[in-house]
Ligand binder design. Structure first.
Ligand SMILES: C[S@@+](CC[C@H](N)C(=O)[O-])C[C@H]1O[C@@H](n2cnc3c(N)ncnc32)[C@H](O)[C@@H]1O
Length: 199
């Protein structure tokens, strides 16, 4: 079975565009076969974006890790003007993210990185809808190692479904982070984590 996070160059392209509106701002995203949530912006991603826009006071730079076709970083750059870096392991997703930045007149640094391998900056915010299907080792590394790439008082924002083990993840992250449940809807949990007390 092919997963959206694998690079399959033989997978036939079927480029299309979808529309997405948030905070009265409309976006167009190119999507394709072989990328996550190609027909519509994912419910959890939408909830994460809105929770972040409504609740974070951060204004500095943002890492959108596992960016897919780029929706999270593009919306944040457009609406809050924050400086963005977007990474993924899926080359097709990265190409779409470049196209989508052009299409929506947003700016970000887009590059390939397996987890944090190529990340050199420190960020005010790391935000992700993590690749649960890539396996626990990968998504827990993205969440647990975030603090190594955050500035002091930086924030990690993520979404995870209850049936994908939200409560277990919360418990594991409590060892290193202050973790706060910001929002829950339809089994999707939005968390903000920082390490102000533990760092
Ligand atoms: C659940 S999708 C989210 C995509 C996009 N952020 C969104 O919300 O629509 C997770 C993304 O993580 C990427 N991914 C999988 N394994 C990864 C890894 N080892 N390092 C970085 N990104 C990875 C996948 O290719 C996929 O695009």
């Amino acid at each position: 079975m092919e997963h959206y996070f694998t690079n399959n160059e033989n997978l036939k392209s079927n480029l299309r565009s979808i529309e997405y509106t948030v905070k009265n701002t409309s976006f167009v995203f190119y999507t394709d076969n072989g990328v996550f949530s190609k027909s519509t912006v994912d419910y959890g991603t939408d909830l994460l974006i809105k929770a972040y826009l409504d609740n974070s006071e951060k204004t500095g730079n943002v890492l959108d890790i596992g960016c897919g076709y780029g929706v999270i970083g593009i919306v944040i750059n457009k609406i809050k003007g924050q400086e963005i870096e977007q990474v993924d392991v899926n080359k097709r997703a990265l190409h779409l993210t470049e196209m989508n930045n052009k299409e929506n007149k947003t700016k970000s640094k887009v590059y390939e990185s397996n987890i944090y391998e190529k990340i050199t900056n420190k960020f005010d915010v790391i935000i992700t809808n993590p690749p649960i299907r890539a396996g626990k080792k990968i998504y827990m590394t993205i969440l647990k190692e975030a603090h190594e790439h955050l500035k002091p008082n930086g924030e990690l924002w993520f979404v995870v479904r209850k049936d994908q083990g939200a409560k277990t993840i919360e418990k594991e992250l409590k060892e290193n982070y202050n973790i706060k449940l910001i929002e829950k809807q339809r089994g999707y949990y939005i968390y903000k984590a920082d390490f102000a007390l533990t760092n």
